[in-house]
Design a protein around this ligand. Structure first.
Ligand SMILES: *[C@@H]1O[C@H](CO)[C@@H](O)[C@H](O)[C@H]1NC(C)=O
Ligand SMILES: *[C@@H]1O[C@H](CO)[C@@H](O)[C@H](O)[C@H]1NC(C)=O
Ligand SMILES: *[C@@H]1O[C@H](CO)[C@@H](O)[C@H](O)[C@H]1NC(C)=O
Ligand SMILES: *[C@@H]1O[C@H](CO)[C@@H](O)[C@H](O)[C@H]1NC(C)=O
Ligand SMILES: *[C@@H]1O[C@H](CO)[C@@H](O)[C@H](O)[C@H]1NC(C)=O
Ligand SMILES: *[C@@H]1O[C@H](CO)[C@@H](O)[C@H](O)[C@H]1NC(C)=O
Ligand SMILES: *[C@@H]1O[C@H](CO)[C@@H](O)[C@H](O)[C@H]1NC(C)=O
Ligand SMILES: *[C@@H]1O[C@H](CO)[C@@H](O)[C@H](O)[C@H]1NC(C)=O
Ligand SMILES: *[C@@H]1O[C@H](CO)[C@@H](O)[C@H](O)[C@H]1NC(C)=O
Ligand SMILES: *[C@@H]1O[C@H](CO)[C@@H](O)[C@H](O)[C@H]1NC(C)=O
Ligand SMILES: *[C@@H]1O[C@H](CO)[C@@H](O)[C@H](O)[C@H]1NC(C)=O
Ligand SMILES: *[C@@H]1O[C@H](CO)[C@@H](O)[C@H](O)[C@H]1NC(C)=O
Ligand SMILES: [Cu+2]
Length: 557
């Protein structure tokens, strides 16, 4: 043990001398602690990592191993997810509570141990239990291997920009109140940019995030949407942005005034400081094109500040798109293409072993104690997922029966006009059902929004994989016509995809990672309501294609 520790120390020391050896082990300690935070001119205690909101950034290089010791000092059960990290063979470190691990209980700790194999770009980490991720989140910056350049001009500086949501109330009280009533939870009171609502908020004295720039230089912003329930537009007055990467996968660069970013997604953009001087407003505002659904419509703001600008200079403002700006959102989404270069090819599966069709949407189930005698739920293929009481991964690995069944339906139980007139009955089934995949099989999955209660955008996140979005459209997916239009050459590669309101998206991936992999809507309210399921990918041949055994400190239920 001592020897291992010293080897690790030596490797860390080696990292201090560039070009000596590749860095290999990055160690972090995450103390989950309460911290009083002042936003919107009032103070409340929040759950944080090491006292910071947003939390600390993990910086590593492609192929590094990351060890994060999480120590729980709060009254809540905790688990942390490393969003977008593939976790090849290390599903035990993925983090969603009751899916891959039991929670880290108060007073306990757990070391997340994983390798960033073959990944570079911006990802992020967040709590994956209750609604703790509202304040328990931070960036993961994966630099390319030493000596490997970006496939675009090297920026002068890189800046992490985390977008989020702030409630004046305790977030756990917000969701508990909603679960009790059966109705939708209160929307947030503000959006934030790097933790602050900004100079145009109801409490401007707090100033907000300021990005200092020098004229003529280029900056890379690593944008992360850590908001619980809202897709966001992001704009900077007087500047176009060049998109170069999404979800830690390079894209063909394109220019845009407005970025669309859904909860769970990350986007790297280049900002060229093309003016001589001045202050320019940065704005993050919600996108939601379902009029019936309430939204926190407040714009979070920040400032780009050119060096040499006088303090008295007025800030150049920008008007964010309206909340229902579907064309702006659609234009951004349609512009995304994989870089698909020789060095970073798009390996789109062409032959499909499992062709799946999942309807996603809301439902209404009886609830005697709720306000209307019913509660809003959510489902995939009419299954409202019920969380087990031990983790699915433990049940899978140790062959413990009675925890889940592997009969998740590959198609909806009834076919109807999914985006047209809805059936009279909005009820769903409960179930802890998974879909089983053989190692290295290929999957095409069509995600179809329904109009149950209301059509809505759903950002679906798949753990353990990147997938390619080969097609998308409005209305119902047509299995005869639509596949003819699929892009199998350079579709965007990501881990979280926005299913358009009243439409569908088709994704493809190769099941080359053994384990239990959660798939869920990244609007936290929909996940809570049951819009989630899991895939089990069986081991392949030999140790390289098999899940590692659980670490000895894996939390117990
Ligand atoms: C937060 O502030 C309250 C009131 O000032 C104080 O009692 C409490 O100890 C503080 N909590 C933390 C975690 O600092
Ligand atoms: C991390 O996992 C590797 C196996 O993948 C193992 O060799 C190593 O000992 C683990 N480190 C810690 C600190 O648990
Ligand atoms: C939710 O909003 C309602 C109406 O404004 C308010 O009465 C209630 O206290 C809020 N709930 C929480 C947990 O903040
Ligand atoms: C935001 O919503 C509130 C409440 O629905 C409404 O009164 C207000 O006009 C809206 N503001 C904007 C900018 O849309
Ligand atoms: C997006 O809008 C721009 C400007 O209006 C236009 O030039 C571009 O072709 C559009 N892109 C797509 C994919 O629709
Ligand atoms: C449920 O109750 C709320 C609040 O009382 C009410 O506004 C809403 O219309 C009701 N919904 C249904 C479907 O009955
Ligand atoms: C489904 O409903 C939509 C909206 O009402 C309608 O435009 C469309 O024609 C319907 N499709 C079919 C196949 O009935
Ligand atoms: C969903 O399941 C419920 C309960 O079995 C059933 O009543 C309802 O008709 C189903 N709805 C759909 C759209 O399949
Ligand atoms: C479905 O599961 C929920 C808990 O997740 C429970 O409250 C509800 O009673 C269940 N409904 C049925 C019909 O079993
Ligand atoms: C997975 O399948 C592909 C295509 O059939 C094949 O080329 C590849 O070698 C397989 N990989 C493994 C690890 O079996
Ligand atoms: C297992 O994977 C490692 C790293 O990818 C590789 O070096 C090794 O040759 C593989 N072993 C087998 C038996 O395939
Ligand atoms: C924390 O997790 C354990 C294990 O699943 C569970 O027994 C306990 O009830 C949870 N505690 C809270 C406060 O939810
Ligand atoms: Cu959703």
């Amino acid at each position: 043990m001592e020897v291992v520790r010293w080897i690790r120390v030596l490797l860390l020391v080696a990292c201090l001398f560039p070009a000596s050896v590749q860095c290999m082990v990055r160690e972090y300690k995450f103390n989950v602690v309460m911290k009083n935070a002042t936003r919107l001119c009032s103070t409340k205690p929040i759950v944080t990592v090491n006292g910071y909101f947003p939390g600390p950034t993990i910086v590593a290089r492609e192929d590094d191993t990351v060890l994060v010791k999480v120590v729980n000092h709060v009254k809540y059960n905790v688990s942390i997810h490393w969003h977008g990290v593939r976790q090849l063979r290390t599903c035990w470190a993925d983090g969603p509570a009751y899916i891959t691990q039991c929670p880290i209980q108060p007073g306990q700790n757990y070391i997340y141990n994983f390798t960033l194999a073959g990944q570079r770009g911006t990802l992020w980490w967040h709590a994956h239990i209750l609604w703790l991720r509202a304040t328990v989140h931070g960036a993961i910056v994966i630099l390319p291997k030493r000596g490997v350049p970006y496939p675009f001009p090297k920026p002068h500086k890189e800046v992490t920009v985390i977008l989020s949501e702030w409630w004046k109330s305790d977030v756990e009280a917000v969701i508990n109140e909603a679960l009790k009533s059966g109705l939708a939870p209160n929307v947030s009171d503000a959006h934030t940019i790097n933790g602050h609502p900004g100079p145009l908020s109801s409490c401007p004295s707090q100033g907000g995030f300021k990005l200092p720039v020098e004229s003529g230089k280029t900056y890379m912003l690593r944008l992360i949407n850590a908001a619980l329930n809202e897709e966001l537009f992001f704009k900077i007055a007087g500047h176009k942005l060049t998109v170069v990467e999404v979800d830690a996968a390079y894209v063909k660069p394109f220019n845009t005034e407005t970025v669309l970013i859904a909860p769970g997604q990350t986007t790297n953009v280049l900002l060229s400081a093309a003016h001589a001087t001045g202050k320019y407003l940065v704005a993050a505002s919600p996108f939601l094109d379902t009029p019936a659904i309430l939204v926190d419509n407040k714009t979070a703001t920040a400032t780009v500040h050119y060096s040499g600008t006088l303090g008295s200079t007025a800030t150049t403002l920008t008007v964010p798109p309206p909340r229902n700006a579907t064309p702006v959102a659609a234009n951004f989404t349609a512009s995304l293409r994989s870089l698909n270069s020789k060095k970073y090819p798009a390996r789109v599966p062409l032959k499909i072993d499992h062709s799946l069709f999942f309807t996603i949407g809301l439902g209404i189930n009886p609830c005697a104690t709720c306000v209307n005698g019913s509660r809003v739920v959510a489902d995939i293929n009419n299954v409202t997922f019920v969380m087990p009481t031990i983790s699915l991964l433990q049940a899978h690995f140790f062959k413990i029966g009675g925890v889940f069944t592997d009969d998740f339906p590959g198609n909806p139980p009834v076919t109807y006009n999914f985006t047209g007139t809805q059936p009279a009955n909005f009820q769903t089934n409960n179930g802890t059902r998974i879909y089983r995949l053989p190692y290295n099989s290929t999957v095409q999955l069509v995600l179809q929004d329904t109009g149950m209660i209301a059509p809505e955008n759903h950002p679906l996140h798949l753990h353990g994989f990147n997938f390619f979005e080969v097609g998308r459209g409005l209305g119902n997916f047509n299995s005869k016509k639509d596949p003819k239009k699929f892009n199998l050459v350079d579709p965007v590669e990501r881990n979280t995809i926005g299913v358009p309101s009243g439409g569908w998206t088709a994704i493809r991936f190769r099941a080359d990672n053994p384990g239990v992999w959660f798939m869920h809507c990244h609007l936290e309210v929909h996940t809570t309501w049951g819009l989630k399921m899991a895939f089990i990918v069986d081991n392949g041949k030999g140790p390289n294609e098999s899940l590692l055994p659980p670490p000895s400190d894996l939390p117990k239920c």
